[in-house]
Design a protein around this ligand. Structure first.
Ligand SMILES: C[S@@+](CC[C@H](N)C(=O)[O-])C[C@H]1O[C@@H](n2cnc3c(N)ncnc32)[C@H](O)[C@@H]1O
Length: 248
């Protein structure tokens, strides 16, 4: 089996388990807030409590909506939408004349997010099954892209960034929270699928991440927030959560 396929299968398995959990797992045992990388989860505001209770599985590493410039009427796309937390927050910002789309490649996450949408009674939201490196979306169809703790999980980052550029309208923007490294991830860690699916060893070095975004065509690439998450001393690198923005 080729490595990319193996990683994607492991990611789907990991997040199927997270989707099937009864309630949010917060910082104890799963995903990007798990034991391998504690302290990544960012808290949302108290005003968002009813949405959090349904849709936050504690898998994020930032709050991209809070750093975004969403406006009424926009079409927003959240990459790797999980149970839908950031999609629902974005839907509120863009209002009834706008739309928020959540894309995820794990069918169980799409099911859970769709059920959450019904429970919350939010109508300007759509969930789409698909992979970020080959999105089932038209060129230039989206005003704004969000993503929270997902792109580190994608094996081909350059393809993912190119796809982001393709689906954005001209002058469209992104605000992405993600995990990057200080120092290089070594080969042993890269091959560890458990570290990969827990948002550790798929992460790339911080300035490489910025460089890849620029190479995909984005301008004004700016790190808006940065927080040290963990130091994997045995592997020789540190993990940092960043919230980064850019423009097509
Ligand atoms: C760590 S969780 C984050 C979920 C959500 N953004 C949140 O903050 O709660 C990662 C999510 O990204 C999805 N994902 C990972 N790789 C993906 C890819 N290549 N295409 C689409 N979804 C992907 C997983 O299925 C999972 O739901």
């Amino acid at each position: 089996m080729d490595t990319e396929k193996e990683i994607k299968n492991a990611v789907v398995e990991r997040y199927t388990n997270a989707a099937l959990q009864e309630s949010g797992c917060c910082s104890s045992s799963c995903g990007c807030g798990g034991d391998d990388a504690p302290g990544m989860n960012e808290y949302y505001s108290d005003a968002d409590q009813h949405i959090i209770e349904e849709a936050d599985l504690g898998l994020g590493c930032g709050n991209p909506t809070a750093f975004s410039e969403l406006k009424e009427g926009m079409t927003v796309l959240d990459l790797g939408s999980g149970a839908g937390i950031d999609v629902f927050l974005a839907a509120r910002e863009v209002g009834p004349t706008g739309k928020a789309i959540g894309l995820d490649m794990t069918p169980a996450m799409i099911d859970r997010a769709t059920k959450n949408r019904e429970k919350l009674g939010i109508t300007n939201v759509e969930f789409v099954l698909g992979s970020i490196d080959s999105m089932p979306l038209e060129d230039g169809s989206v005003d704004y892209i969000l993503s929270n703790c997902v792109l580190n999980l994608v094996p081909d980052k350059q393809k993912a960034f190119q796809e982001m550029f393709r689906v954005l309208k001209s002058s469209g923007k992104f605000t992405v929270s993600d995990i990057v490294t200080v120092g290089e991830v070594n080969e042993d860690a890269r091959k560890d699928l458990s570290l990969w699916t827990n948002c550790v060893s798929g992460a790339v070095e911080k300035m490489q991440y910025v460089k890849k975004l620029r190479e995909a065509g984005f301008s004004d690439v700016t790190i808006m927030k940065e927080k040290t998450v963990n130091t994997f001393r045995e592997y020789g690198f540190g993990l940092v959560s960043i919230t980064v923005s850019g423009t097509k």
